[in-house]
Design a protein around this ligand. Sequence first.
Ligand SMILES: *Cc1c(COP(=O)(O)O)cnc(C)c1O
Length: 417
Amino acid sequence: MENFFNISEEILSASEKAMELCSEKLKEIDEIQEYNQHKMLKAFHNARVSESHFTATTGYGYGDRGRDALDEVYAYVFDAEDALVRHNFVSGTHALTVALFGVLRPGDKMLSVTGIPYDTLRSAIGIEGNYPGSLKDFGIIYDDIALKDGLVDYQALEQKLDSSYKMVYIQRSRGYSVRPTLTIKDIERIVKTVKSINKDVIIMLDNCYGEFVEKTQPMSVGVDLMAGSLIKNPGAGISPTGGYIAGRKDLVEMCSYRLTTPGTGKEIGATLGLNRELFLGAYHAPHATGEALKTAVFASALFNVLGYEVSPNYNDSRGDIIQVIKLGTPEKLEQFCAGIQHSSAVDSFVTPYADDMPGYEDKVIMAAGAFTLGSSIELSADAPLREPYAVWMQGSLNFHSGKLGIMLAADEIFKGK
Ligand SMILES: *Cc1c(COP(=O)(O)O)cnc(C)c1O
């Protein structure tokens, strides 16, 4: 094959070996992609998606049929009673925050069972910073159970949980931590334990990065409400912005009153001509997620061959599209990120460096040459500048580009030392 990027012989042969190692896993992912693609098509057929649904609405957006059909599509693929899919959600954090404020009331208690939530949610809950308008400011009581050896501490959960809690909060993906991601099986076990103690508690899931990774949906194992970002898995790199909330009908309705106003809820909100891209993003989401998963598996195998500690391993079961590689030094982090950046279709000629980021405690280095700003279903890598100098990488809209990005990242480290 033509070596357009002058990749070293050593990395080329390590890559060949990595492909052999993960060939079975890649086939498994193919099968999940196919299942979820068929389900997505079924959702489109059920909702009778039609060209007329792509028509732009303005102003109040009354009677926007596309908006309603899009909710129906996502509700079906997520096995949810209802969904709220809107470009108006400015981020995943926003969708999650609307869900929290949608269902919690002053005096209510929430319990996070997967340790402290993802960095950007901490200020919204009131765990970090002291922002007016946080859940804490509104009198909502937050508590958490730290993970034990990276897993849910069931003993502590059984001791702490009682009927006084209104919500149990679960984060599926690892975020910027080194703990393993929860698989659907893990989520099922948490739900069963929680419901056996308090059957009325609302189980809410941060589903970011988990969409379409497995065949079974969180709703099917008892999760009541979940939220995520359309510039991750469920938007396939095509949705230009947005987020979703899905789950029990009564809870989604409450969230819609928080997003717009009590009374208008889901019935309002102009889509401004974005429906076509949101539908196209949904349509491609199962495939794009699979391509990102394949890229993560290849990265795991390649860096394993090259002697690095990786998590998950290439043959492990996965609950999200994130791959962590412990590189060990800040220099290697920078080289890795440079390689990812230089493989991108967009902004291939720039080199990323570490800097302060709003919402994050440590300096962060981020590599992304994305068509959509901040889109992490596109190949991207982030690393907070702290021990153990691990990089969190995810995405790629197609495996061939993703594989090349990983090879260039490895090559950059190889040539840099
Ligand atoms: C991405 C992500 C979020 C939301 O982040 P945004 O950048 O606001 O979209 C929340 N939780 C987890 C685990 C995530 O990965």
